[in-house]
Structures are given as structure tokens and as C-alpha cells.
Ligand binder design. Structure first.
Ligand code: HEM
Length: 140
């Protein structure tokens, strides 16, 4: 049987290396960092690695919500989504992921766009009763 993308990338150590650089960028970004306020970085990174592992054919260890519901409280516009996608691309290049594998990774990431992007704040809702919707204004 052919190797999975997970194996071709070099397994979990590769996903962890990418996500470390990726979250450095996300948490440093003047706009995107606002979405992650108060979140535990280690949890964000490991959830991301566990989730991508499933998509890439690796171990099914992810135990969180599915992306649409994990992000339903976040007002993620197309611009926000594409900015994040761009930072992921830069992270993959910096880690030295081969162009073919980078392209395949980014395709999976882009596959989440429809589930996450909202046109209006009215499409957002708290994931539990008292949870606030998160809207982060674009810095001027
Ligand atoms: C391909 C796109 C994305 C994927 C695959 C992804 C994946 C994930 C996963 C797996 C979690 C953990 C969910 C859980 O524990 O139930 C998470 C949480 C989170 N994501 Fe994303 N994410 C994506 C895009 C975004 C975007 C565009 C933003 C905003 C800029 C964002 C912000 C967050 C935040 C703030 C959390 C923590 C939510 C919380 O537990 O309160 N994500 N993401």
C-alpha cells in the first residue's frame, strides 16, 4: 500500500515542527493574534497536529470538536482565513517541506474554508450558552 501523506511528511515530529512555527506567526500577527487571546498555546498546537494527523492518514487521536463547531463562535471572514492559510504556507516553506507535499498539505487546509468562513456575524454562535462570539476588528 502507498504511504500516507502523514508518513511521507515524516509523521508527528514533522507536524509538530510546522505547527510550532505556524503558531509563532499566528500569535505574532497584529490581527490574527486577537482570535487566540486567553488560549493555551500548547493545546492549540497539539489539537492542530492531532487533527491534521487524521486528515493525512495518520493516527486518529484527535478528540475535539469538528472544525465547523470548534470555530462557530469565531467571526472568521474569508480574508482572515486566507491570511492564516498564507502563514501556514510560509511555515511549511521555512521547515523545508518538499513542494509537492506542501501543496498537498495546503489543499487539505483549504478544504476547511467552507466550514469556517462566515459572511456575517449572525452566522456565529457561542458553543455553549454563555459563550461570547469573538469578533476581532482588523487593525488600521
Ligand atoms: C484549516 C483551518 C483550521 C483548522 C484545521 C483548525 C483547527 C483547529 C482545531 C482542531 C482546534 C481545536 C478544537 C477543539 O478543541 O475542539 C482549533 C481551535 C481553535 N482555532 Fe482553529 N483551525 C483552523 C482555522 C482557524 C482560524 C482561521 C482561526 C482564527 C483566526 C482559528 C482559531 C482557533 C481558535 C481561537 C481555537 C481555540 C478555540 C477554543 O477552544 O476556544 N482557527 N482549531
Amino acid at each position: 500500500m502507498a504511504d500516507t501523506l502523514f508518513d511521507e511528511l515524516g509523521g508527528m515530529p514533522c507536524l509538530e515542527r510546522v505547527h510550532k512555527i505556524f503558531y509563532d506567526k499566528l500569535l505574532d500577527h497584529p490581527w490574527l493574534k486577537g482570535f487566540f487571546e486567553g488560549q493555551d498555546r500548547w493545546v492549540l498546537e497539539s489539537q492542530q497536529s492531532d487533527f491534521m494527523s487524521v486528515l493525512f492518514g495518520g493516527p486518529k487521536i484527535y478528540g475535539g470538536r469538528m472544525p465547523k463547531y470548534a470555530h462557530i463562535h469565531l467571526f472568521v471572514t474569508e480574508e482572515v482565513f486566507l491570511l492564516r492559510h498564507e502563514l501556514l504556507g510560509q511555515s511549511l516553506t521555512e521547515v523545508g517541506i518538499l513542494p509537492d507535499l506542501k501543496e498537498r498539505w495546503l489543499k487539505y487546509d483549504m478544504g476547511m474554508k467552507k466550514a469556517l468562513v462566515k459572511d456575517s456575524i449572525s452566522e456565529c454562535a457561542g458553543r455553549f450558552k454563555s459563550e461570547a462570539v469573538v469578533v476581532v476588528e482588523k487593525p488600521v
